[in-house]
Design a protein around this ligand. Structure first.
Ligand SMILES: Nc1ncnc2c1ncn2[C@@H]1O[C@H](COP(=O)(O)OP(=O)(O)OP(=O)(O)O)[C@@H](O)[C@H]1O
Length: 250
């Protein structure tokens, strides 16, 4: 197991210390994470890879405050996320992190702008029109604010989902296989957009992917197997990632 201690401590945008996450009880217990420690330096792009069932989504959900570890701690800057009561966590999560899913998860009856506004509205806030338009423009969809998701291509729908995640100006953007439902060329556009957010806006980005080419957009790849980090690659190329993955049987 590789302990990624290099960036530990203050200064990380987010970090996990000794994360364990078990599902179920007794003989049926699944140990999805078995002691994962990772630190995400601000303004970096990390790809999380590994065989199916290795714990990638569980790690992302724990780091994003969407799931609670059974043991261990998650930090966003100086804030101990895993100890926050649910309501405070919900408020902080909306301000500090964004999340993008493989399946876009847009509301089909709502317009692009309404989808982007939705998280704020659900939190009882009045949408700031300027911020909403800025987020939509940032993902290259200026002028499409009144369209419904059904009028957009898959790649454009994922852009809307990214705008929705970015409207609160989060420090960390988590993406779980954001290109998994897209063809390669469209996936490339989405990854370029995520990369630009890191390079231009200084955002921290973490993405789960099965695709070595997608991992090549990241600064660092973490390889998971059986709930632990087994390897780490800096400045990955698709070829090197593919080679390491095949060693893992993933
Ligand atoms: N809510 C849950 N209840 C029970 N078991 C779960 C739950 N979520 C995940 N697991 C189990 O935890 C393990 C890790 O799952 P996880 O989804 O994190 O893996 P993954 O690496 O993201 O897999 P994939 O690449 O297939 O999406 C798997 O054995 C999975 O079946």
């Amino acid at each position: 197991m590789v302990e990624t201690t290099r960036d530990m401590g203050a200064g990380s945008a987010a970090r996990a210390e000794g994360l364990h996450r078990a599902y179920g009880r007794g003989a049926a217990t699944v140990r999805a994470l078995r002691g994962v420690s990772v630190a995400l330096a601000p303004g970096t792009f990390t790809a999380v890879m590994g065989p199916s069932g290795s714990g990638k989504t569980t790690l992302l959900h724990c780091l994003a405050g969407m799931d609670r570890p059974t043991r261990g701690a998650v930090w966003w800057g100086d804030t101990a996320v895993s100890r926050l009561p649910e309501r405070r966590l919900a408020v902080l999560r909306r301000r500090r992190v964004g999340f993008v899913f493989q399946a876009f998860n847009l509301m089909p009856a709502m317009t692009v702008a309404q989808n982007v506004e939705l998280p704020g509205r659900l939190a009882g806030e009045r949408p700031e029109r300027g911020r909403v338009l800025e987020a939509i423009a940032r993902v290259g969809l200026a002028g499409r604010e009144r369209d419904r998701p059904g009028q957009l291509s898959g790649g454009q729908q994922q852009r809307v989902a990214i705008a929705r995640a970015l409207v609160s100006r989060p420090q960390v953007l988590f993406a779980d296989e954001p290109t998994g439902a897209l063809d390669r060329a469209t996936g490339h556009e989405i990854l370029t957009l995520l990369r630009e957010g890191v390079d231009r806006d200084g955002r921290t980005c973490v993405t789960v992917t099965h695709d070595p080419v997608a991992a090549g957009y990241a600064d660092r790849v973490l390889l998971l197997a059986d709930g632990v980090v087994v390897d780490e690659l800096d400045r990955p190329t698709a070829a090197r990632v593919g080679e390491r993955l095949s060693r893992l049987g993933g």
